[in-house]
Design a protein around this ligand. Structure first.
Ligand SMILES: Nc1ncnc2c1ncn2[C@@H]1O[C@H](COP(=O)(O)OP(=O)(O)OP(=O)(O)O)[C@@H](O)[C@H]1O
Ligand SMILES: [Mg+2]
Length: 376
């Protein structure tokens, strides 16, 4: 199976200044996708991650041919596919709302596209893919009696079995329960690797994006905020949106003013709370937002050298780690610290926060853009 399919591995997908505006009568125009550029390499799995309504599905629907772009181009290999009908594109889609044919069995549903194109071994190939996704016991059943998770797996199988140039998955695991999702996610990753389909996977679940994707495109309000590997997006978020959206628990973000001091900079978070960093911020004071992930803070004593004194708001012992929430004097936002599981503190205790400077992020308050303040 692997051999046959690798010979048909996917093709490069290019989005070129792609845009989609919706105009409904008597309503304001909606800019769903606002001029995006993207290259998904052959065999790559790109995760499209973003909040509800940011334009993810519209992007997929344009690639699939279910929606025509307002402007811009879509190419598979060297060929522009804008204007060609969906069935002529060799793009397979599995959407969240699996459109299965109720009168057909699962086997017939999976093999439908192959049979329509008079391809050989349709049933055998349907069985192989069903085996891989753990649904071969459902092959003779009709969709009506299946759980939503099972329907979703069938819809996934139906897309994969077609051996497309480009595979589009829109929230393909959203209806699975936690255990099913874990195992289907692993199978999906293996299948994608073995088959080498160029794949775009839409999700608003960052765990799914981080664990499956070679690269992630973070989208908001119809534009890409950042495109990069999971590590790039997580370690060097390009702006405040990405910093806030990616990472669990969320990155602490505290506004302040950065001023140059001899040998570095001082960030005034409030009257009392200041943090010194050994990096260059430029001669002019700058309104910034300081970002640090809960995992990159350490707790010590309030009078430790370089520590920022803080008051414990609450401590929650969790399974493997603890979560400490503290307040800084004069700072409105609470700050969350991930601690060792055997840590303990009570509300009202005084502690000192130690920042890992290499993992401390600065963003420009006016633009939201990341400030590169330390030598790479
Ligand atoms: N056919 C349409 N007519 C008018 N507006 C639309 C249409 N389809 C989508 N939109 C609007 O375009 C924007 C992007 O929608 P889209 O479905 O692409 O978002 P999404 O990122 O897939 O969101 P979700 O995570 O909720 O699925 C939204 O504001 C949506 O209301
Ligand atoms: Mg959607």
């Amino acid at each position: 199976m692997a051999d046959r399919q690798s010979a048909r591995a996917g093709k490069r997908l290019v989005l070129d200044k792609l845009a989609k505006r919706f105009q409904r009568k008597g309503q304001q125009q909606v800019i769903a996708v606002n001029g995006i550029d993207l290259t998904v390499n052959e065999g790559e799995l790109l995760g499209l991650l973003g909040p509800s309504g940011c334009g993810k599905s519209t992007t997929l629907r344009m690639i699939a041919g279910l929606e025509e772009p307002t402007s811009g181009d879509i190419r598979i290999g060297e060929r522009s596919i804008v204007g060609s009908p969906p069935h002529a594109r060799n793009v397979a889609v599995a959407f969240e709302n699996y459109a299965l044919y109720p009168p057909l069995t699962v086997r017939e549903n999976i093999a439908f596209g192959l049979r329509a194109r008079k391809e050989k071994n349709a049933d055998q190939r349907a069985r192989e893919v069903a085996d891989r996704l753990g649904i071969s016991h459902l092959l003779d059943r009709k969709p009506g009696g299946l759980s939503s998770g099972q329907k979703q797996a069938v819809s996934l199988a139906r897309a994969i079995v077609r051996e497309p140039d480009v595979l589009l998955l829109d929230e393909p695991l959203s209806h699975l329960d936690a255990a099913e999702r874990d195992s289907t996610r692993r199978e999906l990753k293996r299948l994608q690797r073995e088959t080498g389909y160029t794949t775009v996977l839409v999700t608003h679940d960052q765990q799914e994006a981080l664990s499956l994707a070679d690269r992630i495109a973070v989208m908001n309000a119809g534009v890409f905020q950042q495109v990069g590997t999971a590590a790039e997006v997580y370690d060097r978020p390009a702006n405040l949106f990405v910093a806030d959206f990616v990472g669990e628990p969320r990155m602490n973000l505290v506004a302040g003013t950065a001023v140059a001091i001899p040998g570095g900079m001082r960030i005034h978070l409030s009257g009392d709370a200041v943090l010194d960093l050994a990096g260059d911020i430029g001669a002019q004071p700058r309104d910034v937002t300081l970002g640090i992930r809960p995992q990159d803070l350490r707790v010590g004593r309030p009078d430790d050298a370089g520590a920022l004194p803080a008051t414990v708001f609450a401590y929650e012992p969790l399974q493997e780690v603890g979560r400490l929430t503290v307040t800084l004097p004069g700072v409105e936002n609470r700050v969350v610290v991930e601690t060792h599981h055997d840590y303990w503190a009570d509300g009202g205790d005084m502690v000192g926060l130690k920042f890992n400077p290499e993992r401390t992020h600065l963003f420009d308050n006016a633009t939201g853009a990341r400030i590169e303040w330390q030598p790479r």
